[in-house]
Design a protein around this ligand. Structure first.
Ligand SMILES: [Zn+2]
Length: 74
């Protein structure tokens, strides 16, 4: 009955710019805030990007070099 989120099954992302794995995933839309999601946002693994979606949205953000990269998964 538990609905798992996709980031639990994906392998750690590496930044194409600096190679760091200190990467956060942008989450679009209105997430349901669970304790788990809250921890991940505090951890920097998830970045809540909100509902504003354009054609140019990045999928990930590198906390090391502060750059965005990738494509979001819808
Ligand atoms: Zn980087």
């Amino acid at each position: 009955m538990t609905k798992h989120t996709t980031e639990e099954t994906t392998k750690p992302m590496t930044c194409p710019h600096c190679g760091s794995t200190n990467v956060g995933k942008y989450l679009y839309g209105m997430p349901v805030f669970s304790n788990e999601l809250m921890e991940k946002t505090l951890d920097g693994k998830i970045i809540i990007a909100g509902c504003i979606v354009t054609d140019d949205d990045p999928g990930y953000h590198c906390h090391n070099c502060k750059r965005d990269f990738g494509k979001p998964e819808y």
